[in-house]
Design a protein around this ligand. Structure first.
Ligand code: P6P
Length: 332
């Protein structure tokens, strides 16, 4: 009898990974399962956003970046914080939606060895037009003593200290993609069972590609070397430009198909728009584990020393060969 091929769920996968490391405590696996639970709850609201107006549209507030906060941003932030606070694996959170760190100062959470940095719903300007949006997260080991409340020091760590990172893309299907140093794996949500199921095992970014992703609207505000690279791309007959305006969607496509994503600084905003700790670092970590490269135009993104929770950085990341050409042009 032909039995249905069983696909590993996220929980089964993280437990399988755990079994390969008998010394592991299971905390990281538990943390990833908690994030998966929050993602499922956020997915329900994202999918019905067009149907109900109590979740769509501006929440009336403005976040630390000065950006209008959509109600879904706040819902996503609340879902992730509540799941992590009620769990037993996280000591606190840094989020785009909160000016300061959120410290889960209770006896159990203070004993947790991880903190989470996140953009709970990135690309929110696309919510109203039904374009793919995403949640981005990274997980770091605390540097302050266990048993005490986490502090800002636990969050201001360079990306090389990331233990795991990932994103959820709410698109034509909903996927959770996460990586540890062992590899990047993608899980597609199966609504029939309400589980993320392994669909993209050991994701590798193609070493070369033909897609470049940049907001051409800023072309004349870029420095000349960035413009030179964009013109280089335009001169390649087989290259194509793809830009959704939602970094999770743009980077997810390039991770699978190959390509480079550029969010350079401009004359007015030399540090660009994207935030180092909870946008650039997690995506750079994933891209490097998948065989790609990620820089701020000069330095490896993961080595940029953090000075502030919401600091920004230019971001260039993607296929190794394309990044080597890009970096050569930016630094000559
Ligand atoms: P622009 C979305 O608001 C976001 O933070 C990223 O997801 C995206 O890559 C970028 O901003 C788009 O910015 O200036 O090109 O619209």
């Amino acid at each position: 009898m032909q039995t249905h091929r069983r696909v590993l769920t996220l929980d089964e996968f993280t437990i399988q990974e755990l079994r390969q490391f008998p010394a592991a405590t299971g905390e990281l696996s538990g943390l990833l399962r908690d994030i998966g639970l929050a993602a499922k709850r956020i997915n329900v609201e994202v999918n019905k956003a067009g149907l109900v107006d109590d979740i769509l549209g501006d929440a009336g507030s403005v976040n630390v970046q000065g950006e209008d906060v959509k109600k879904l941003d706040l819902f996503a932030d609340n879902q992730l914080i509540s799941v992590l606070r009620n769990g037993i694996y996280c000591a606190g959170v840094a989020s785009e939606e909160n000016d300061d760190i959120v410290v889960f100062d209770d006896e159990v959470s203070n004993r947790s060895k991880y903190v989470v940095l996140m953009d709970p719903l990135d690309g929110s300007s696309n919510i109203d037009v039904n374009t793919s949006i995403g949640s981005i997260f990274s997980i770091c080991r605390r540097v302050t003593p266990l048993g005490t409340p986490c502090t800002l020091q636990d969050f201001l760590q360079p990306g090389v200290r990331i233990v795991a990172a990932g994103y959820v893309i709410y698109g034509s299907s909903t996927m959770l993609v996460y990586g540890t140093r062992r590899g990047v794996n993608g899980f597609t949500l199966d609504p029939s069972i309400g589980e993320f199921c392994l669909s993209h095992r050991r994701m590798q970014c193609p070493p070369d590609g033909t897609i470049y992703s940049v907001n051409h609207g800023n072309y004349y505000a870029f420095n000349p070397r960035v413009r030179d690279y964009i013109e280089h791309c335009q001169q390649q007959k087989n290259y194509t430009q793809r830009y959704v305006g939602s970094m999770v969607a743009d980077i997810h496509r390039n991770l699978i198909k190959g390509g480079v994503f550029l969010y350079p600084g401009t004359v007015a905003k030399p540090q660009g728009k994207l935030r180092l700790l909870y946008e650039c670092n997690p995506m750079a970590f994933l891209m490097e584990v998948a065989g790609g490269l990620a820089t701020d135009g000069v330095r490896r993104i993961l080595e940029v020393p953090p000075t502030g929770l919401h600091q920004r950085s230019p971001l260039f990341l993607g296929s190794r060969s394309m990044m080597e050409t890009l970096t050569g042009m930016l630094t000559r």
